[in-house]
Design a protein around this ligand. Structure first.
Ligand code: ZN
Length: 370
């Protein structure tokens, strides 16, 4: 009785696509398992700087400049600042010349190098309104508004320059809204760190380069999809805005932008590494460390079989999603140990800090506490 119905159901093309996407997504989740391990004695040793586009792919076009040239200049300047000033960090470039590199290769370069941070540099364009200007830094995830979605679609569309792109991205179609569902299923273990770095980048743009700060945003960028380290995509400004284009293509503008990202890198590195030297306790009143084990757009009942080994699961609503966390500790070292245990059940579990029922950056919880 059931059979014919089931066949009909599975023949629905949309459902099939969704099913494939979900299988792929769960596969991706398991790939992302080796992460954020011990922060103890953790040092940032390698950074990958990814100048977007290149070669036959010009990226966005301004009146008199191309995104690929602007972002390469900024990337090389950023790399030089790091190489000249922070001797213990190795800089790896995805490209140093005007060459075409496929999106999946960019992430592969970072993964193979076991890099600690991935920085993809781009310039934005919004010809519909040439007054729009400012910088945005993106972390991986599902877009929450249409503008962010448009930016991701535009950046992802470059895979159509690639030969045989469908085989490299498991059938991902940069223009199909359905394809982006995978990004909502990802529980990215590096999200907190990526977002920490992204907000420092935006702060430096605002303070040091005096750019308009359009904030940290989230969207599904293919180039960030499979990187196994904290990763951001920086939109350094709008090439479609005449004033901003002039700034982006000027040597001074490029130096300011590169130097702002460099300062952000230095600040992030210090912040991450200082966490690893002391016995850390969240000294701020009302702050606890927990282990996030799940994140979902839909509510999951606390007595769900998925949580059966844990009695103290709590639900925290954050950024339009339901997060589920276990444990409640003030010592960072204790929560690190507990995380190793939880990871046996939830491979992507990671540490979060919660203050008065709200998730705050772990770095924030550890501040002023050395
Ligand atoms: Zn771009």
């Amino acid at each position: 009785m059931y059979r014919p119905k089931l066949i009909v159901f599975f023949q629905l093309k949309r459902f099939n696509t969704l099913l494939i996407i979900m299988v792929v997504a769960f596969f991706m989740i398991s790939l992302k398992a080796t992460t954020q391990s011990d922060l103890k004695d953790y040092k940032i040793k390698k950074v990958v700087i990814d100048a977007g586009h290149g070669g036959k792919d010009s990226g966005a076009l301004g009146k008199s400049s191309k995104e690929k040239d602007i972002v390469l200049a900024i990337a090389l300047k950023l790399g030089a600042y790091i190489e000249n000033n922070i001797k213990d960090v190795e800089v790896i470039y995805t490209r140093k010349t005007d060459t075409f590199i496929e999106l999946y290769q960019r992430g592969d370069i970072a993964n193979k190098a076991k890099a600690d941070l991935f920085i993809s540099i781009h310039a934005n364009s919004f010809p519909q309104n040439r007054r729009v200007a400012g910088t945005e830094t993106y972390v991986m995830g599902l877009h929450t508004d249409e503008r962010n979605f448009e930016v991701a679609k535009k950046e992802n569309s470059v895979i159509t320059f690639e030969e045989d792109y469908s085989s490299h991205y498991e059938g991902f179609d940069p223009n199909s809204a359905e394809s982006y569902i995978i990004f909502s299923l990802m529980q990215n273990a590096f999200l907190e760190q990526s977002a920490d770095f992204a907000s420092i980048v935006q702060k430096q743009f605002r303070i040091k380069a005096k750019r308009k700060d359009r904030g940290v945003r989230q969207a599904g960028f293919v180039v960030l999809w499979r990187t196994t380290m904290p990763s951001v995509l920086i939109e350094t400004g709008y090439i479609s805005n005449p004033t901003e284009e002039a700034y982006l293509k000027s040597k001074t503008g490029q130096e300011y932008l590169a130097s702002a990202i460099y300062r952000a890198f230095k600040e992030y590195k210090t912040q991450i590494e200082s966490k690893s030297h002391f016995t850390h306790t969240a000294t701020k009143p009302g702050t606890f460390f927990k282990i996030q084990i799940a994140s979902s757009k839909l509510r999951i009942p606390l007595d769900s079989p998925a949580f059966k080994n844990y009695k103290d699961v709590v639900e925290i609503k954050s950024k339009g999603r339901y997060k589920y966390a276990v444990g409640n500790m003030v010592s960072y070292d204790d929560i690190l140990k507990f995380n190793r245990i939880v990871r046996k059940d939830f491979k992507d579990a990671f540490i979060i800090a919660v203050k008065d029922g709200e998730i705050i950056p772990v770095s924030e919880a550890l501040k002023n506490n050395n």
